[in-house]
Design a protein around this ligand. Structure first.
Ligand code: NIG
Ligand code: FE
Length: 419
């Protein structure tokens, strides 16, 4: 049996309690439900009590006397970060594309010349299971150091049944063998592979008839994502792929309006997507439709920054009633970063989100973006004991001293996994 854990006396304990059913739309500081001099009592990986230190000491003297104690005085404590959009499992790297883009080549130019997603697809197809596992594990460890305790991971660098499966099996094995939770998304519709370039509808049919049914039957993914973008998959093709996934129980997600306004936000609302991601060029009408349909916007400012594009209109989306989450989009091409804190900095400084909105965006709203709102994303009784202890006293310091990793300890399922 696990020894209980008592984390005591945090200067600022951000609980975000009370939003396990629905994401927050315009959170202000009161929605963070901050406890000053707050403590947490943890048993068997779950939170047993949260409150003022003095309160917990008087209610649970027995349990506390048995517990391992972590003194969090002077520190900020928050829920573990949830990273709801990554391309974690891939082989190789594409650092040379960076210099090409600086010289003026666009992301799509590079992809259409056989680089970009195609270059990673080639390397991922060649890699053995073990090579792919080892390279992805290294990245996962880097994510943990940045405070991520649950991560979503997409396939999409196979573009054929065999390698898509290999990627998802690697993600499953990482989830099984590693403390961090890895949530899988099938993304066979990440690019049209070369043999189908002239007949993309045949690739769509292949995904629908020969791949999605097997991914679902073998329980290799929970979500189905598509890169709906000019020159990749049309709105109509994306709709077909997302509907096919739904028939097999895979919940829809969508890479929407990343490089051009293309109707992705509208499609997300129409199919009832769990999230629509990127949205740099999303229309105001599409945004309002997302709000009405309850689609979470997963914004990926690292991608806009790295591709030197205008950031998504986070402020406008929130003001129109869309719940916003933030994510790294960790991938080898458009956002090779693992830093959630940097995304938070971008959220405030580049998308005009408030520190409270940004905090919700990387915790409870990010949990909702992967349908995990009831088990993670906030610190309340019964939820997983996934939390972060920082070397700064309040969440405002995370923005003030930007671009730094302020994490002192990462606790996952009630165990310290990084300090
Ligand atoms: O989220 N937009 C498509 N997919 C990824 C990039 C993948 C890559 O460049 O390897 C994205 O930006
Ligand atoms: Fe992505």
């Amino acid at each position: 049996m696990d020894q209980p854990l008592f984390i005591r006396d945090a200067n600022e304990l951000i609980t975000l309690k009370g939003h396990s059913v629905k994401p927050l739309i315009r959170p202000d500081e009161s929605d963070l439900s901050i406890i000053r001099n707050g403590s947490l009592l943890i048993k068997e990986g779950k939170i047993v009590a949260v409150g003022k230190t003095a309160e917990l000491e008087s209610i649970y003297p027995g349990l506390i006397s048995e517990a391992e104690v972590i003194d969090a005085s002077g520190s900020l404590v928050t829920p573990g970060f949830v990273d709801p959009h990554t391309h974690l499992v891939f082989a190789g790297s594409r650092e040379r594309e960076f210099a090409m883009r600086l010289k003026g080549a666009s992301y799509m130019d590079i992809m259409n010349a056989g680089g970009g997603i195609y270059a990673t697809t080639e390397q991922t197809n060649k890699a053995s299971f073990d090579e792919l596992y080892d390279q992805s594990l290294t990245r996962l460890d880097r994510l943990i150091k940045q405070g991520v305790t649950t991560v979503e991971a997409k396939s999409g660098y196979g573009l054929n049944l065999e390698t898509e499966k290999k990627q998802l099996e690697v993600a499953k094995e990482l989830n099984r063998s590693h403390a961090i939770d890895v949530v899988s998304t099938f993304m066979g519709a990440h690019a049209v592979p070369a043999p189908y370039k002239k007949t993309p509808d045949e690739y769509v049919a292949y995904l629908i008839e020969a791949v999605i049914p097997i991914i679902a039957k073998e329980s290799l993914a929970e979500f189905n994502d598509v890169f709906c973008e000019k020159g990749v998959f049309t709105v109509d093709q994306s709709r077909k792929i997302l509907h096919a996934g739904k028939r097999y129980g895979l919940l829809p997600k969508i890479h929407a309006d990343e490089l051009e306004a293309f109707g992705g936000a509208e499609l997300a609302a129409e199919v009832g997507a769990v999230s629509a991601d990127h949205l740099l060029c999303a229309s105001e009408a599409g945004t309002s439709q997302m709000a009405a349909a309850g689609v979470v916007a997963v914004l990926l400012p690292g991608t806009a920054f790295f591709l030197q594009k205008k950031m998504a209109k986070g402020r406008m989306m929130i003001d129109r009633g869309v719940p916003v989450a933030l994510s790294t989009d960790c991938n080898p091409g458009s956002s090779p970063t693992v830093s959630t804190s940097l995304m938070m900095n971008f959220g405030c400084l580049m998308m005009k989100m408030t520190p409270s909105e940004v905090m919700a965006a990387v915790t409870i709203n990010a949990a909702h973006a992967i349908k995990r709102g009831s088990s993670i994303g906030s610190l309340e009784v019964g939820k997983k004991a996934d939390l972060l202890i920082f070397s700064v006293p309040t969440h405002h310091h995370l923005h003030y001293h930007f671009g730094e990793n302020h994490i002192d300890k990462v606790i996952k399922n009630g165990h310290i996994i990084m300090e």
